[in-house]
Design a protein around this ligand. Sequence first.
Ligand SMILES: [Zn+2]
Length: 282
Amino acid sequence: MEHSRASFVLGHHQEQAKVVYCQAGEPTLLVTELSPFHPQSHLWPDQPGDIGTVCWHGGEADVGPCRMGAISPEGELFVDTEIPVKRGAEGWAFVVVHPLAGRHELAVGSTVELKVDAKARHALSLGHSACHLAALALNRVLTPYWRKEVSERDALGQPDFDRLAIQTSRVEPCGSREQYRIGKSLRKKGVNSEALLAELAQIEGLINDQLVQWLATGGDIRRSRAGEAIIESRYWHCVLEGAEVTIPCGGTHVGSLAELGRVSVQLSPSEEGFTLLTRVAP
Ligand SMILES: [Zn+2]
């Protein structure tokens, strides 16, 4: 079996596709050769899977939220954290799993019409684009809190605090929630955690000022991918400060900074670090 082909990177919401696997149950698990649905990643589950509907000759069902799956060489489907192999394992097909409400028997080879809930997708795209922007602004504002030269740099060439300190990231409709931890290794790398944690309120203000400046430029956002298969690398590109910055990203996004309207963050202390709450007012 082949890997699922994914079209959400192209901004598609709807596709006609052939069924390649169907496991009837509660829910029924449907796999098609092509899908417009964004599945939640099993490796870095930041963005929830798309929801929507599927219809076929004589029936329809609600779909989602979609997950990642892998089908073994013997034809057994493993979903999300049950996936026992790495991407690209010999003979395994990585697929988009569409959970259908109710028990349905769909014949392999039959055609279905898949339709993503565009409103729900858009709200998550707003949240995910804002999340990337907030991370870049956070890195910029935290640059003076590094006491040593750091080799890990972000897409703007700044010390990549976001990547080094992030514990969890959850994209939500029109926002996101990130958890950062400044542990021993990060303090050793040179982060002045005492000053940083004492000045969260000022840092929050500076991030919000930076976001206003960037959003005023209304730069374009585009996506690219190494290939059609769901396991191929995908990227986020955004014009910021006159240049295009690139970040590896498997999620969905809006088409420009202008669509975001206003983005603001809120920082709150938490155990050995802080949480960053990002909100979009489109
Ligand atoms: Zn992303």
